[in-house]
Write a protein that binds this ligand. Structure first.
Ligand code: 3PG
Ligand code: MG
Length: 395
């Protein structure tokens, strides 16, 4: 993969595909991690005298203009972090984009409006996507792919534009790929993976692949209840994916056959309802009352998981252990994070909700070897899939 050092950017317009898909509460950014992670590449290009045109998506507006998904608040925050003005174009490839880009001087930066306002960005039709990609590419002379969190999407800005312009990978993509390569090629052992989050169906591919690679797999969060049910336990009103039970039984068998230790919760916080202040008790994972739902792993499980992490040399963690957004049910996620911080393994937090949890729970980000900016992207990488955005940068 070519890197920034392989491009001569001085005085040239450089289109940077970043992942600035941050959570918003109205117009307030509740976690600016992805914006901060995008700053080094943009700064480097600006210092080298480029005219930088940043493009990115926010949420899923599905090809329509929708002010709720405007990148305007992101432009403001990016400007604060860069310490310089970010010109904001009110469209993606229209009049505003063209005039904003034309006005840039060397060392200045602009952000285009949400790529996903344009149906061409995500179109499955190569011609439609290609037509939009050509307009986007027309705004610049060079392309830098740095939106790691979106490299698993076959979208115009990720996959098609790098075919139209001389291109390189940005520093964030290079760093993310280096870490994932280390996990896939030569993990020091014991290699332990902790998976959580709501849906086991999102993680089928990665579980299948990891069962051939890891020494231990710890499963918590909403998806653990489908595993418990597959073992024959009742899970009350906990999250359950009935249609995944056969798959999960297959994983349990496969783990046994391969000698992979698959560790499930032994106790849970069982609540009367899904709410921040829900009445709840600690119950055995094998005895969840019919009218209760598990919203976090219990204290014995926290100890068990910590013990299973203590001697690990490599850890990948994706997905919270409970409903960490509710203080009362954040203890399991916190315990796993603290166990990772306390150990001396190479620790990778796999983006998405687990990265958000680290920041929301005010844990030290320095306590981990790497916090990925891409949840889906890092999972698909570990699943062994070809990521369109990386393939396009390699060509
Ligand atoms: C993410 O948040 O996972 C990335 O920004 C990609 O967004 P998407 O899942 O909506 O494609
Ligand atoms: Mg996603």
């Amino acid at each position: 993969m070519r890197t920034l050092d392989d491009l001569d950017v001085k005085g040239r317009r450089v289109l940077v595909r970043a992942d600035l898909n941050v959570p918003l509460d109205g117009e307030t950014i509740t976690d600016d991690g992805r914006i901060r992670a995008s700053v080094p590449t943009i700064s480097t290009l600006l210092e080298r005298g480029a005219k930088v045109v940043v493009c990115a998506h926010l949420g899923r507006p599905k090809g329509k203009v929708n002010p709720e998904y405007s990148l305007a608040p992101v432009a403001a925050r990016l400007g604060e972090l860069l310490g310089q003005d970010v010109a904001f174009a009110s469209d993606v490839v229209g009049d505003s984009a063209r005039s904003t880009v034309e006005a840039l001087q060397d060392g200045q930066v602009a952000l285009l409006e949400n790529l996903r306002y344009e149906p061409g960005e995500e179109s499955k039709d190569d011609a439609v996507r290609g037509e939009f990609a050509a307009r986007l590419a027309g705004l610049a002379e060079l392309y830098v792919g740095d939106g790691f969190g979106a490299v698993h999407r076959r979208h115009a800005s990720v996959y098609d534009v790098p075919r139209l312009l001389p291109h390189a990978a940005g520093g964030l993509v290079v760093a993310e790929v280096e870490v994932l390569r280390k996990l896939t090629e030569s993990p020091e052992r014991p290699y332990v993976v902790v998976l959580g989050g709501a849906k086991v169906s999102d993680k089928l591919g990665v579980i299948a692949n990891l069962l051939t690679k890891v020494d231990r797999l710890l499963v918590g969060g909403g998806m653990a209840y489908t595993f418990l049910k597959a073992q024959g336990h009742e899970v009350g009103r906990s999250l359950l994916q009935e249609d995944q039970l056969d798959q999960v039984r297959g994983f349990l068998d496969e783990a046994t056959r391969r000698g992979v230790e698959l560790v499930l919760p032994v106790d849970v916080l069982a609540a009367v309802t899904f709410a921040a202040d829900a009445e709840h008790d600690v119950v055995e994972a094998t005895a969840i009352p019919a009218d209760r739902e598990g919203l976090d792993i219990g204290p014995k499980t926290r100890e068990l998981f910590a013990a299973k992490l203590a001697d690990a040399r490599t850890v990948f963690w994706n997905g919270p252990m409970g409903v960490f957004e509710f203080e009362a049910f954040s203890g399991g996620t916190r315990a796993v994070a603290e166990a990772l911080i306390a150990g001396d393994a190479f620790t990778v937090v796999g983006g998405g909700d687990s990265a958000a949890a680290v920041r929301k729970l005010e844990l030290s980000e320095d306590g981990f070897s790497h916090i990925s900016t891409g949840g889906g992207a890092s999972l698909e990488y570990l699943e062994g899939k070809t990521l369109p955005g990386l393939a396009a940068l390699e060509d």
